[in-house]
Design a protein around this ligand. Structure first.
Ligand code: ADP
Ligand code: MG
Length: 398
């Protein structure tokens, strides 16, 4: 689960991290009061969307010459003018995809006098199975490009879970960032704070790009992106409340209500599969035969007919779906339950695209019989390969 920059900053502020003053607003009438509550004379108006690269982003409605999604303002009036221009428009950044994201809230923040911009992130390092800091002096820009062109400028400092951030880790981090003076002292407090926030709040990513050294020599968190481990959300009801559904795919929201592992994709073959591994291989084989999956969907082991119905409805509601492939290996999941769910869903929403069903395993004969006797125009398949070829052929013929 992701949250907005202003929420991430409020959370880090509670832990004692140096964060500027700021106010989140949802409508233009709030702009003046928000700006007046800040010290000035420099303000920043920041688009709050769940995507990075906002500074260099472009508003679809404003044309190529308009300023980006993060704007400096030198007076309260300038803040208000920028808010009026930005709010409600669509921001396209490197991370949003070409459709962009509508900007429904802005964060008005105190402007900082920047000496230098650094890159800091904390993540779970798969190689060591530990939490690690990633540190670079090349902040404020695209870290993927830095990793590609100058990998020697990226330092990974792995933290031992028994000790947390040690003095030796702080030295390594401070050296990686090239910190001196006040900034080095600030780092000594900041790094353990960030690590503790990461661990206590079950974050999966904490990215501060940039962490800045200000002209007064101190450190400040200037941008903050936080993702949480969805499986740990039950431990953090306060954080779950920060979820912004307008940032999420509607189909994924519906799927999460039914506890379905669903990810929307760009292709046109809807897939209903049980087991993440089988779902992955189903997607692979669709690609092998020249088409693209419209989604990843794992209905799980003990799915009920109701859950299967919900899953099928989510797939058919996607206008990009030109064909559906149901691929079930019944182990714990019974094939007749799948058949019941599919038939129920088709009865409720109809079936306007070709449907290929491949069932195997527990109660396969019962499941196949139900589908065969349903009078539906279902193409049945014997195995994974056969199923993929049949659905690809069916949508090409359509
Ligand atoms: P994004 O990464 O989405 O582009 P950032 O929050 O990193 O958004 O902002 C982009 C750039 O805008 C920063 O690298 C920094 O140069 C500038 N900026 C952001 N916030 C402030 C601020 N409070 N004061 C001064 N400059 C800022
Ligand atoms: Mg940034």
């Amino acid at each position: 689960m992701n949250i907005h920059e202003h929420q991430a900053k409020a959370l880090l502020k509670e832990y004692g991290a140096p964060v500027a003053e700021g106010v989140a607003i949802f409508s233009a009438d709030e702009a003046e009061a928000a700006a007046k509550s800040l010290p000035g004379p420099l303000y920043v108006v920041k688009s709050q969307i769940h995507a990075g690269g906002r500074g260099k982003g472009k508003f679809t409605e404003l044309g190529p010459d308009a300023k980006g999604g993060v704007r400096l303002a030198k007076s309260v009036d300038e803040v208000v003018a920028n808010v009026k221009e930005m709010l409600g428009n669509t921001l396209v950044t490197k991370q949003t995809g070409p459709a962009g994201k509508q900007v429904n809230r802005l964060y008005i923040e105190d402007g900082a006098d920047i000496e230098s911009e650094l890159y800091l992130s904390i993540l779970v390092d798969r190689e060591t199975g530990r939490v690690a800091f990633v540190a670079s002096t090349e902040g404020g820009m695209d870290i993927e490009a830095v990793a590609e062109e100058t990998p020697e400028k990226i330092h990974t400092i792995v933290i031992d879970p028994d000790t947390g951030v040690t003095d030796a880790d702080i030295v390594k981090l401070s050296d990686a960032f090239g910190l001196s003076g006040e900034a080095r002292v600030d780092g000594g407090t900041l790094f353990p704070i960030l690590y503790n926030a990461f661990v206590e709040k079950d974050m999966s990513l904490l990215e501060i790009n940039p962490l800045i050294v200000m002209t007064d020599g101190h450190l400040r968190v200037l941008d903050a992106k936080v993702s949480f481990d969805g499986n740990a959300m039950f431990r953090h009801p306060d954080i779950a409340e920060l979820r912004d559904l307008s940032e999420e795919d509607e189909k994924e929201i519906e799927a999460s209500k039914w506890d379905l592992a669903y990810v929307a994709l760009d292709g046109n073959i809807g897939c209903m599969v049980n087991g993440a591994g089988l779902a992955m291989s189903t997607m692979d084989i669709i690609k092998l035969y020249g088409e693209e999956p419209a989604n990843f969907l794992d209905v799980g082991g003990g799915a009920t007919a109701e859950k299967v119905t919900a899953a099928f409805k989510i797939i058919t509601a996607d206008p990009a779906v030109k064909g559906i492939l149901v691929n079930i290996f019944g182990g714990i999941m019974r094939c007749d339950v799948i058949a019941e769910g599919v038939l129920k869903a088709v009865k409720e929403v109809g079936l306007e695209v070709p449907l290929v069903v491949r069932l195997e395993g527990t109660r396969v004969a019962e499941g196949q019989k139900m589908i065969n006797e349903s009078g539906l125009n279902v193409i049945s398949a014997n195995d994974l390969d056969d199923a993929a070829q049949k659905i690809v052929a069916a949508i090409k013929g359509a």
